[in-house]
Ligand binder design. Sequence first.
Ligand SMILES: Nc1ncnc2c1ncn2[C@@H]1O[C@H](COP(=O)(O)OP(=O)(O)OP(=O)(O)O)[C@@H](O)[C@H]1O
Ligand SMILES: [Mg+2]
Length: 636
Amino acid sequence: MAKASAKITTSSTAEYFSKNLQQVGFSSSVKAVLTTLKEAVDNALDACEEHDILPEVEIWVEKLGSGSLKNSDKIRIRVLDNGPGIDPEDIPKVFGEYLASSKFGRGRCSRGQQGIGISAATTWAQLTNATGARVVSKTKNMRKAVSCVVEVDIKNNRGNLKVKETIDWDRPNGTSVEFVIDGRIQLNGEAGLLNYLSGTTLVNPHLTLHYNLPTATNEEGAKAMERTTVERVSNVIPAIPDATEPHPHTMKLGEFIAHSHLFGRVKVSAWLKKGFSRVHEGTLKELVTIGGVKKGVLDKNVDAMNETEFKDLFTAIQNIPLMAPSTKSVLSIGEEALSKSIGRLGAVDFFSVVTRKPTICDFKPVEVEVAIARLEDKSIESESSVQVLRFANRVPLQFDKAACAIVQAIQTVNWRAYGLGQPKDALPLGPYIVAVSVVSPFIKFKNASKETVDASDELVEEIRRALIQAGQRLSKHIRREHKANELEEKIRHIEQFGPILVEGLARITQAPDSRKKKAEEGLLKLLGREARDAEAQLKDAESVLSAHQAKTKGAGTVVEGSDGVPVTIEADDDVIDVDTLVKGTGKEAAKKASKSSGGSAKGAPAKAPAKGAKASSGKKPKIIVSKKEKSKQAEA
Ligand SMILES: Nc1ncnc2c1ncn2[C@@H]1O[C@H](COP(=O)(O)OP(=O)(O)OP(=O)(O)O)[C@@H](O)[C@H]1O
Ligand SMILES: [Mg+2]
């Protein structure tokens, strides 16, 4: 007898995700902590930006004991923001319902896109510690705050509120969300919390962040909590540009049909013009004349279209040449803000930032920005790879880096040409941080946990170009540094050996004092020529510098960004040159440099002597100068 066919059942979205949390970032104890934190911080920043609030976020990540899973700890994660707060009736949806989002498919450059993130964190807390998310929230219209625990009703994909009460809260508006989960705190390394936090502050110059982590050690030698504050370096809230409609050439047939349902009872022609970017009256005509679409189809109501008609229309529109989508919807951090923010990475003595113009890759608008910073701490192994910071829509990416478009682009650049070591087809070496940010309303991730940007040829090429621009600035700086160091070495040799040589020669030849004096003068002349050569080189360098300063209206702090927009430079190769030259060439240069720049550029974080510059040793270098220079100095 034939077996009865198996019973078909359906499951809710929550059921699916609760069984597949590894797909959305909960695949290890370390990742569970990072993902939970990241989802809550992303939401806080998105909410603040959307409501024109300068974000001030405080986080706590604390170990409470051992976890319920093997090899895991019980971790408390809390994120408190000064955002708009959440309407009490939305709280169960936000934290307990999958695919509930204010951002889904909007085509804007927000960090969140799917409506999965924070509900997945609630589910993880529920599965590992039997409690959901503890939420306190207040909008500015509320006198008291709502405090509650939200749990995911996994069978029905719904949020359930528990222990709901109203409480006094000493802030006008904001949200606090707390999870107790199984996880493991990893502070250092690429996947570490500190890396995540420094990345977050780098690409969010307008964020003030307080973080409480077990970084201190108490009297018993155990880990103790320590509060650190990173102040904002910019008061400009990034304006997230309006969304652009999707471009028909970026859609699949299913998406095309689903898109039509958003428009209800409108004519196909109206839907096409309203619902897509780059579709105009002329396009509709071409659909009929070139694409072979019947005029009657365009006049039909969208909801009266059958599948074949949709399919024919879709094929026709794919074959019509359309303008690439507009790039207006992308957002950039900006060279100025990045320059200010870079000091938050630690002590750096050189950096270069590049903001590319928005462009189209794979028919989607995208903007790439690159910052390369050289760390002051040269004790870092010069044989170890540079530290790579990857960002997608201003969110740090910390896992699965090999497949990422950003890493692939870095590896394809020939860094040896810019003075860095680099094994074949690998990351460059040395005490550098290479940060790459990709912003797009339609970032294509390789997976739902948003850890890797898909490496399409066009995107890799665009990132490569940005890296090459930044690399060229870096190499210019390294070359100048080498030159200044050589000059310094020469002068030091002259100082050291000149007088000894004269003394020795006079002794050997038992020359009378008059002869010794003559020899001294002769040698001085000889050395003077050397010194003059050196000074000539210095003067050349200085005149280039002053010409540049004159060009930039004397202030020496405004230069042209890569996109032609003036940018205030906080520390770049032009500014550091002053330092390098001063340190490399003694009194005269110091005198000139202090005259021309007031010592150092405004707010420049890069103050350390250039690598190898030794003139700042306690002993004052004796400089041999030409008579002309001597008289100038005497005048001064
Ligand atoms: N701290 C907060 N303040 C104000 N609104 C918030 C906050 N956290 C979440 N929300 C609201 O809840 C919605 C759902 O958040 P959730 O993280 O689940 O999805 P998302 O951020 O839209 O997308 P993603 O799944 O990619 O993170 C958000 O779209 C936002 O409207
Ligand atoms: Mg989110």
